[in-house]
Ligand binder design. Structure first.
Ligand SMILES: Cc1cc2nc3c(=O)[nH]c(=O)nc-3n(C[C@H](O)[C@H](O)[C@H](O)COP(=O)(O)O)c2cc1C
Length: 323
């Protein structure tokens, strides 16, 4: 075990630190943690849900699910059992999960690999290299989603990919024409002076001729245009159902995919426009066969490392004591 002497207090502290490193839409960090003893409650902070582009709190719930996965891997890596109870109390709908530190056990190599990727994972919106992702790595990514009860559909067939690109561009166009979407995006974009929201510097450069994929424009590097990769790997994460439990599961699966990608030397960014525009999400579902529910869309590839974005400190998002 990596750390048999770590106290439960230290392990809870490590888990909380891992929790705040999860990705979240517009870096809203829509979580609140409550600690009692060796149990962490993970709550949705509904004051931080993007009211316009995430009205069902899908993306916020995914973000909280990602925080849960980070905590799970960190607790496991510290040589402890981790017991998660999703949606444990119907009377407290904002309580998404409890994460409890259990007895001693050996971490698996996989848990160690994923835990060590938590700090290194960052959204990378810059161009990637035109380097093929080996089949074994693609397989590992789909396995990661499967391990959490979700499915990662790789859009590696030309026709499906082209149809997806058309949907992405359509959704992006609708958002770019929508003053309420743009106002919300502006509210969460800044020059780097805040501990939440997206610093303009974290936005990628504009693509020459708009590029193949429509990447979200955070208004950063507007002066330069860059060539992006010619054949990006795009993957849609889906679940069988579309309940809050499915979204929580999807968040853990998303994060497991992202950590697996990081551990394999890959970068990732998100293409959420077709998820956020309801009518387009329905068409994306049809494109994938109509049986499963798209939860998030990722772009994956090799590239140069990107920087971390700020986080609100653990003390700001955590309360001690019983609910
Ligand atoms: C569910 C979800 C959807 C997201 N959608 C987008 C997106 O469409 N475009 C984008 O550039 N970033 C997107 N992001 C990435 C966040 O902006 C990013 O996680 C946040 O700024 C924190 O940065 P980090 O991931 O580097 O830690 C999304 C993140 C999550 C969890």
């Amino acid at each position: 075990m990596s750390n048999t002497t770590a106290s439960a207090t230290d392990i809870v502290a490590a888990a909380l630190h891992a929790g705040i490193l999860a990705p979240s839409p517009h870096n809203t960090q829509p979580w609140e943690f409550r600690v009692h003893g060796e149990t962490i409650e993970v709550l949705l902070d509904d004051t931080r849900v993007l009211g316009y582009c995430d009205p069902d709190a899908r993306e916020a719930t995914l973000a909280c699910g990602a925080a849960v996965l980070n905590m799970r891997m960190t607790i496991a890596e510290q040589g402890r059992e981790c017991v998660v109870e999703p949606l444990p109390d119907r009377a407290r709908p904002l309580l998404l999960a409890t994460v409890a530190v259990g007895g001693q056990r050996h971490p698996t190599p996989e848990e160690q690999r994923l835990a060590s990727a938590v700090e290194r994972r960052h959204t990378n919106r810059r161009p990637y290299l035109d380097r093929e992702i080996p089949v074994a790595v693609r397989h590992a990514l789909t396995e990661a989603a499967g391990a959490e009860g979700a499915r990662l559909v790789l859009l590696d067939q030309a026709q499906r990919f082209d149809e997806f690109v058309a949907l992405l561009r359509h959704a992006d166009h609708l958002q770019q024409q929508d003053p309420r979407f743009l106002a919300e995006l502006r509210e969460w974009t800044h020059d780097g002076e805040r501990s939440d929201g997206v610093p303009k510097a974290a936005g990628g450069p504009r693509a020459v001729d708009g590029g193949l994929l429509a990447l979200r424009d955070f208004g950063g590097d507007v002066a330069t245009e860059r060539e992006f990769e010619r054949r990006p790997l795009v993957a849609v994460l889906t679940t069988r159902g579309d309940t809050r439990l499915d979204m929580l599961r999807a968040g853990q699966a998303m994060q497991r995919v992202l950590l697996s990608a990081t551990a394999a030397g890959l970068n990732a960014s998100f293409l959420s426009q077709p998820i956020e525009v309801d009518s387009v999400r329905g068409r994306l579902r049809e494109l994938l066969g109509g049986h499963e529910h798209p939860q998030t869309v990722l772009r994956l590839g090799y590239g140069y490392p990107s920087a971390a974005t700020p986080r609100r400190p653990v003390e700001e998002v955590t309360r001690e004591g019983p609910p």
